[in-house]
Design a protein around this ligand. Structure first.
Ligand SMILES: [Zn+2]
Length: 375
Protein backbone atom coordinates (compact mmCIF):
# COMPACT_ATOMS: atom_id res chain seq x y z
CA UNK A 1 0.00 0.00 0.00
CA UNK A 2 1.39 3.33 -0.99
CA UNK A 3 1.33 6.11 1.55
CA UNK A 4 0.00 9.24 -0.15
CA UNK A 5 0.02 12.76 1.28
CA UNK A 6 -0.53 16.22 -0.10
CA UNK A 7 0.50 19.34 1.76
CA UNK A 8 -2.03 21.88 0.61
CA UNK A 9 -2.26 25.65 0.26
CA UNK A 10 1.13 26.60 1.69
CA UNK A 11 3.51 29.25 0.38
CA UNK A 12 6.28 27.00 -0.85
CA UNK A 13 9.84 28.30 -0.68
CA UNK A 14 12.14 26.67 -3.19
CA UNK A 15 15.63 27.82 -2.20
CA UNK A 16 17.27 26.56 -5.37
CA UNK A 17 14.86 28.30 -7.72
CA UNK A 18 14.64 31.28 -5.34
CA UNK A 19 10.87 31.47 -5.63
CA UNK A 20 8.03 31.59 -3.13
CA UNK A 21 4.67 30.51 -4.56
CA UNK A 22 1.38 29.12 -3.36
CA UNK A 23 1.27 25.48 -4.37
CA UNK A 24 0.77 21.92 -3.14
CA UNK A 25 3.47 19.37 -2.40
CA UNK A 26 2.97 15.64 -2.91
CA UNK A 27 4.61 12.84 -0.94
CA UNK A 28 4.57 9.14 -1.76
CA UNK A 29 6.31 6.78 0.67
CA UNK A 30 8.54 9.49 2.09
CA UNK A 31 9.63 11.00 -1.23
CA UNK A 32 8.60 14.24 -2.92
CA UNK A 33 6.37 13.83 -5.97
CA UNK A 34 4.17 15.91 -8.23
CA UNK A 35 0.77 16.16 -6.44
CA UNK A 36 -0.96 15.42 -9.76
CA UNK A 37 0.53 11.92 -9.65
CA UNK A 38 -1.15 11.32 -6.30
CA UNK A 39 -4.51 12.58 -7.51
CA UNK A 40 -4.33 10.26 -10.52
CA UNK A 41 -3.00 7.20 -8.68
CA UNK A 42 -4.82 7.32 -5.36
CA UNK A 43 -8.42 7.93 -6.43
CA UNK A 44 -8.64 10.69 -3.81
CA UNK A 45 -7.48 8.35 -1.10
CA UNK A 46 -4.68 10.46 0.33
CA UNK A 47 -3.90 12.28 3.54
CA UNK A 48 -4.35 16.04 3.40
CA UNK A 49 -2.11 18.32 5.43
CA UNK A 50 -3.37 21.85 5.56
CA UNK A 51 -0.63 24.47 5.38
CA UNK A 52 -2.93 27.44 4.80
CA UNK A 53 -1.22 30.64 5.95
CA UNK A 54 2.12 28.84 6.40
CA UNK A 55 5.41 28.68 4.55
CA UNK A 56 6.66 25.28 3.44
CA UNK A 57 10.39 24.81 2.86
CA UNK A 58 12.86 21.94 2.63
CA UNK A 59 13.72 20.69 6.15
CA UNK A 60 16.00 23.10 7.98
CA UNK A 61 19.57 22.01 8.71
CA UNK A 62 21.49 23.41 11.69
CA UNK A 63 25.20 22.91 11.01
CA UNK A 64 26.37 23.62 14.58
CA UNK A 65 24.74 22.24 17.74
CA UNK A 66 25.84 20.39 20.89
CA UNK A 67 23.57 17.51 21.78
CA UNK A 68 25.79 14.99 23.62
CA UNK A 69 23.48 15.16 26.62
CA UNK A 70 24.71 13.76 29.95
CA UNK A 71 28.24 13.10 28.67
CA UNK A 72 29.26 16.72 28.01
CA UNK A 73 28.45 19.65 30.27
CA UNK A 74 26.84 21.54 27.42
CA UNK A 75 24.78 18.84 25.73
CA UNK A 76 21.09 19.62 25.17
CA UNK A 77 18.23 17.30 24.19
CA UNK A 78 18.48 16.79 20.43
CA UNK A 79 14.79 16.86 19.53
CA UNK A 80 14.23 19.99 21.61
CA UNK A 81 16.53 21.92 19.25
CA UNK A 82 15.75 19.67 16.28
CA UNK A 83 12.34 18.57 15.03
CA UNK A 84 10.47 20.46 17.78
CA UNK A 85 11.97 23.67 16.37
CA UNK A 86 11.37 22.80 12.74
CA UNK A 87 14.89 21.51 12.23
CA UNK A 88 15.01 18.12 10.52
CA UNK A 89 18.79 17.65 10.57
CA UNK A 90 21.36 18.85 13.07
CA UNK A 91 25.12 18.52 12.98
CA UNK A 92 26.80 18.08 16.31
CA UNK A 93 29.99 20.10 16.08
CA UNK A 94 32.73 18.31 17.94
CA UNK A 95 31.00 17.10 21.10
CA UNK A 96 32.28 13.63 20.38
CA UNK A 97 35.65 12.34 19.23
CA UNK A 98 37.12 9.00 18.21
CA UNK A 99 36.85 7.55 21.75
CA UNK A 100 33.22 8.35 22.39
CA UNK A 101 31.46 8.67 19.01
CA UNK A 102 30.01 5.15 19.33
CA UNK A 103 28.49 6.08 22.66
CA UNK A 104 27.10 9.27 21.10
CA UNK A 105 25.55 7.15 18.36
CA UNK A 106 23.99 4.64 20.77
CA UNK A 107 22.71 7.18 23.31
CA UNK A 108 21.73 10.12 21.14
CA UNK A 109 21.68 9.47 17.39
CA UNK A 110 19.62 6.28 17.64
CA UNK A 111 17.17 7.71 20.18
CA UNK A 112 16.22 10.93 18.41
CA UNK A 113 13.64 11.73 15.78
CA UNK A 114 15.93 14.43 14.43
CA UNK A 115 18.62 13.27 12.02
CA UNK A 116 21.97 13.79 13.74
CA UNK A 117 25.22 14.13 11.82
CA UNK A 118 28.61 15.00 13.29
CA UNK A 119 31.73 16.98 12.73
CA UNK A 120 34.08 14.71 14.67
CA UNK A 121 36.39 16.50 17.06
CA UNK A 122 40.04 16.00 16.09
CA UNK A 123 40.63 15.32 19.79
CA UNK A 124 39.79 11.72 20.63
CA UNK A 125 38.03 12.99 23.75
CA UNK A 126 35.61 15.36 22.01
CA UNK A 127 34.19 17.67 24.68
CA UNK A 128 33.66 14.83 27.17
CA UNK A 129 36.64 15.65 29.35
CA UNK A 130 36.52 19.42 29.48
CA UNK A 131 36.72 22.11 26.87
CA UNK A 132 40.49 22.47 26.47
CA UNK A 133 40.45 19.39 24.30
CA UNK A 134 43.37 20.39 22.09
CA UNK A 135 45.73 21.25 24.93
CA UNK A 136 47.39 17.85 24.89
CA UNK A 137 48.68 16.73 21.45
CA UNK A 138 48.60 13.11 22.60
CA UNK A 139 44.82 13.28 22.38
CA UNK A 140 44.72 13.98 18.63
CA UNK A 141 43.23 11.05 16.73
CA UNK A 142 45.70 9.26 14.51
CA UNK A 143 45.45 8.91 10.73
CA UNK A 144 44.59 5.21 11.17
CA UNK A 145 41.82 5.97 13.65
CA UNK A 146 40.42 8.69 11.42
CA UNK A 147 40.44 6.42 8.39
CA UNK A 148 38.69 3.68 10.32
CA UNK A 149 35.90 5.77 11.82
CA UNK A 150 35.16 7.80 8.67
CA UNK A 151 34.88 4.58 6.65
CA UNK A 152 32.50 2.91 9.10
CA UNK A 153 30.34 5.81 10.31
CA UNK A 154 28.22 7.37 7.58
CA UNK A 155 26.83 10.11 9.85
CA UNK A 156 30.22 11.73 10.34
CA UNK A 157 30.51 14.47 7.72
CA UNK A 158 33.72 16.26 8.63
CA UNK A 159 36.21 17.31 11.27
CA UNK A 160 35.86 19.92 14.02
CA UNK A 161 38.83 21.95 15.21
CA UNK A 162 38.27 24.66 17.80
CA UNK A 163 40.85 27.41 17.45
CA UNK A 164 40.56 29.49 20.62
CA UNK A 165 43.33 30.11 23.11
CA UNK A 166 41.23 28.48 25.85
CA UNK A 167 41.01 25.30 23.76
CA UNK A 168 44.53 25.00 22.35
CA UNK A 169 46.48 26.60 25.24
CA UNK A 170 50.21 26.33 24.40
CA UNK A 171 49.57 24.43 21.17
CA UNK A 172 48.75 27.52 19.09
CA UNK A 173 48.10 26.72 15.44
CA UNK A 174 49.59 23.19 15.55
CA UNK A 175 46.27 21.32 15.99
CA UNK A 176 44.86 23.00 12.86
CA UNK A 177 47.97 22.13 10.86
CA UNK A 178 47.32 18.54 11.90
CA UNK A 179 43.60 18.81 11.07
CA UNK A 180 44.58 20.01 7.57
CA UNK A 181 46.57 16.81 6.99
CA UNK A 182 43.72 14.64 8.29
CA UNK A 183 41.18 16.45 6.12
CA UNK A 184 43.35 16.10 3.02
CA UNK A 185 43.73 12.40 3.62
CA UNK A 186 40.04 11.82 4.29
CA UNK A 187 38.80 14.37 1.74
CA UNK A 188 36.30 15.86 4.17
CA UNK A 189 35.67 19.45 5.28
CA UNK A 190 36.95 20.94 8.52
CA UNK A 191 34.63 23.10 10.56
CA UNK A 192 36.91 25.56 12.31
CA UNK A 193 35.70 27.50 15.31
CA UNK A 194 37.30 30.93 15.62
CA UNK A 195 37.42 32.85 18.88
CA UNK A 196 39.89 34.58 21.13
CA UNK A 197 43.48 34.35 19.85
CA UNK A 198 46.03 32.95 19.73
CA UNK A 199 45.98 31.48 17.16
CA UNK A 200 45.27 34.59 15.10
CA UNK A 201 43.13 34.56 11.98
CA UNK A 202 46.12 35.34 9.75
CA UNK A 203 47.44 31.91 10.80
CA UNK A 204 44.07 30.12 10.68
CA UNK A 205 42.68 31.20 7.28
CA UNK A 206 45.71 30.24 5.13
CA UNK A 207 45.27 26.62 6.30
CA UNK A 208 41.69 26.44 5.04
CA UNK A 209 40.63 25.17 1.65
CA UNK A 210 37.56 25.07 -0.53
CA UNK A 211 34.65 23.54 1.39
CA UNK A 212 36.02 24.16 4.86
CA UNK A 213 33.64 26.02 7.17
CA UNK A 214 34.50 28.87 9.52
CA UNK A 215 31.95 28.97 12.32
CA UNK A 216 31.47 31.99 14.62
CA UNK A 217 32.47 34.08 11.57
CA UNK A 218 30.56 37.15 12.83
CA UNK A 219 31.62 37.22 16.47
CA UNK A 220 32.08 40.56 18.18
CA UNK A 221 35.42 39.84 19.83
CA UNK A 222 38.68 41.56 18.97
CA UNK A 223 40.74 40.17 16.09
CA UNK A 224 37.74 39.10 13.98
CA UNK A 225 37.31 39.03 10.20
CA UNK A 226 36.79 42.81 9.88
CA UNK A 227 39.33 45.56 10.28
CA UNK A 228 38.54 48.93 11.90
CA UNK A 229 37.64 50.36 8.49
CA UNK A 230 35.02 47.57 8.03
CA UNK A 231 36.96 45.80 5.28
CA UNK A 232 37.89 42.16 5.71
CA UNK A 233 41.37 41.10 6.63
CA UNK A 234 43.11 39.91 3.43
CA UNK A 235 43.43 36.31 4.68
CA UNK A 236 39.64 36.09 5.13
CA UNK A 237 38.95 37.57 1.69
CA UNK A 238 41.39 35.19 0.03
CA UNK A 239 39.82 32.27 1.88
CA UNK A 240 36.34 33.24 0.66
CA UNK A 241 37.70 33.45 -2.88
CA UNK A 242 39.12 29.92 -2.52
CA UNK A 243 35.64 28.67 -1.55
CA UNK A 244 35.91 28.60 2.24
CA UNK A 245 32.42 29.00 3.75
CA UNK A 246 31.35 31.32 6.54
CA UNK A 247 28.87 30.13 9.14
CA UNK A 248 27.07 32.10 11.86
CA UNK A 249 27.39 29.67 14.84
CA UNK A 250 25.57 32.09 17.15
CA UNK A 251 26.44 30.58 20.55
CA UNK A 252 26.78 32.31 23.88
CA UNK A 253 29.61 34.58 22.78
CA UNK A 254 29.92 34.38 19.02
CA UNK A 255 27.34 36.46 17.14
CA UNK A 256 27.31 40.24 17.07
CA UNK A 257 24.69 42.47 15.38
CA UNK A 258 27.39 45.08 14.97
CA UNK A 259 29.75 42.72 13.13
CA UNK A 260 27.09 41.30 10.80
CA UNK A 261 25.77 44.78 10.03
CA UNK A 262 29.25 46.07 9.19
CA UNK A 263 29.85 42.95 7.06
CA UNK A 264 26.54 43.34 5.22
CA UNK A 265 27.24 46.95 4.31
CA UNK A 266 30.23 45.92 2.23
CA UNK A 267 29.93 42.28 1.31
CA UNK A 268 27.23 40.15 -0.26
CA UNK A 269 28.95 36.77 -0.02
CA UNK A 270 26.60 33.99 1.08
CA UNK A 271 26.96 32.18 4.41
CA UNK A 272 25.13 29.53 6.42
CA UNK A 273 23.12 30.17 9.59
CA UNK A 274 23.62 27.86 12.56
CA UNK A 275 22.98 28.19 16.28
CA UNK A 276 25.82 26.59 18.28
CA UNK A 277 22.96 25.89 20.65
CA UNK A 278 23.57 24.15 23.97
CA UNK A 279 22.17 23.96 27.46
CA UNK A 280 23.36 27.39 28.67
CA UNK A 281 22.36 29.49 25.66
CA UNK A 282 19.11 27.76 24.79
CA UNK A 283 16.92 30.39 26.44
CA UNK A 284 19.22 33.35 25.75
CA UNK A 285 20.83 34.58 23.67
CA UNK A 286 20.31 31.88 21.01
CA UNK A 287 16.76 30.60 21.50
CA UNK A 288 16.50 28.43 18.40
CA UNK A 289 17.44 28.24 14.74
CA UNK A 290 14.28 30.15 13.78
CA UNK A 291 15.06 32.88 16.34
CA UNK A 292 18.55 33.16 14.85
CA UNK A 293 17.06 33.35 11.34
CA UNK A 294 14.64 36.05 12.57
CA UNK A 295 17.64 38.12 13.67
CA UNK A 296 19.24 37.87 10.23
CA UNK A 297 15.90 38.71 8.61
CA UNK A 298 15.71 41.80 10.76
CA UNK A 299 19.28 42.79 9.86
CA UNK A 300 18.03 42.97 6.27
CA UNK A 301 18.63 39.59 4.66
CA UNK A 302 15.67 38.37 2.59
CA UNK A 303 13.43 35.46 3.57
CA UNK A 304 14.70 33.55 0.55
CA UNK A 305 18.27 34.12 1.63
CA UNK A 306 17.84 33.08 5.28
CA UNK A 307 15.93 29.96 4.20
CA UNK A 308 18.62 29.15 1.67
CA UNK A 309 21.27 29.45 4.37
CA UNK A 310 19.68 26.61 6.38
CA UNK A 311 18.59 24.44 3.43
CA UNK A 312 20.31 24.22 0.03
CA UNK A 313 23.46 26.02 1.15
CA UNK A 314 23.81 23.98 4.35
CA UNK A 315 23.09 20.70 2.53
CA UNK A 316 25.70 21.49 -0.09
CA UNK A 317 28.28 22.35 2.57
CA UNK A 318 28.15 18.80 3.92
CA UNK A 319 27.33 16.97 0.70
CA UNK A 320 23.68 16.02 1.34
CA UNK A 321 22.10 15.42 -2.06
CA UNK A 322 18.69 14.38 -0.66
CA UNK A 323 18.21 17.39 1.60
CA UNK A 324 17.83 21.14 1.31
CA UNK A 325 15.95 20.69 -1.94
CA UNK A 326 12.42 20.27 -3.30
CA UNK A 327 13.52 18.21 -6.30
CA UNK A 328 11.04 15.45 -7.08
CA UNK A 329 12.23 12.05 -5.95
CA UNK A 330 14.26 13.35 -3.01
CA UNK A 331 13.50 12.72 0.62
CA UNK A 332 10.43 14.52 1.98
CA UNK A 333 11.99 16.45 4.85
CA UNK A 334 9.97 19.65 5.22
CA UNK A 335 9.69 22.55 7.61
CA UNK A 336 6.31 24.26 7.86
CA UNK A 337 6.41 27.61 9.63
CA UNK A 338 4.71 30.94 10.00
CA UNK A 339 6.07 34.44 10.41
CA UNK A 340 4.44 36.24 13.31
CA UNK A 341 4.15 39.97 12.74
CA UNK A 342 4.88 41.19 16.23
CA UNK A 343 7.55 43.08 18.09
CA UNK A 344 10.06 41.06 20.06
CA UNK A 345 13.34 42.01 21.71
CA UNK A 346 16.06 39.63 20.57
CA UNK A 347 19.52 39.82 22.06
CA UNK A 348 22.88 38.96 20.43
CA UNK A 349 25.99 37.55 22.13
CA UNK A 350 27.19 41.02 23.06
CA UNK A 351 24.03 41.82 25.03
CA UNK A 352 22.76 44.18 22.34
CA UNK A 353 18.99 44.12 21.94
CA UNK A 354 17.25 44.43 18.59
CA UNK A 355 13.54 45.00 18.23
CA UNK A 356 12.48 42.60 15.51
CA UNK A 357 9.09 42.82 13.83
CA UNK A 358 8.91 39.42 12.19
CA UNK A 359 9.53 36.19 14.08
CA UNK A 360 9.69 32.76 12.44
CA UNK A 361 7.69 30.12 14.29
CA UNK A 362 7.63 26.36 13.78
CA UNK A 363 4.26 24.83 12.91
CA UNK A 364 4.93 21.35 11.61
CA UNK A 365 7.98 19.22 10.91
CA UNK A 366 7.95 16.46 8.31
CA UNK A 367 10.73 13.88 8.29
CA UNK A 368 10.89 11.17 5.62
CA UNK A 369 7.30 12.03 4.74
CA UNK A 370 5.95 11.64 8.30
CA UNK A 371 4.74 14.45 10.52
CA UNK A 372 7.12 14.16 13.50
CA UNK A 373 6.14 17.38 15.20
CA UNK A 374 3.12 19.64 15.11
CA UNK A 375 2.21 22.74 17.13
ZN1 LIG B 1 30.10 24.93 19.31
Amino acid sequence: MNNYKIIENGYVIDPEREVIEKKNIGIINGKLVDPQTIIQESADNYERINAEGCYVAPGFIDLHVHVFKDRTSLGIEADLVGVEQGVTTIVDAGSSGYENYKQFKELIVKNSKTEILSFLNISRKGLCEGISELENPNNLMTFEEAEKIFTSEKNIVGLKARMSSSVVKEQGIAPLQYARKLADQLEVPIMVHIGNPPPYLNEVFPLLQKGDIVTHAFHGKKHGILKEDNTMIPEALEALERGVLFDVGHGTASFSYRTITRFKERYSCPFTISTDIYIDNYVKPVGSLMKTMSKLLSIGYSLNDVVKSVTSRAAKAIGLAEQGTLKLGTRADLTIFTIAEREEDLVDSEGEIMKVRRVLQPRMTVKDGEVVYSE
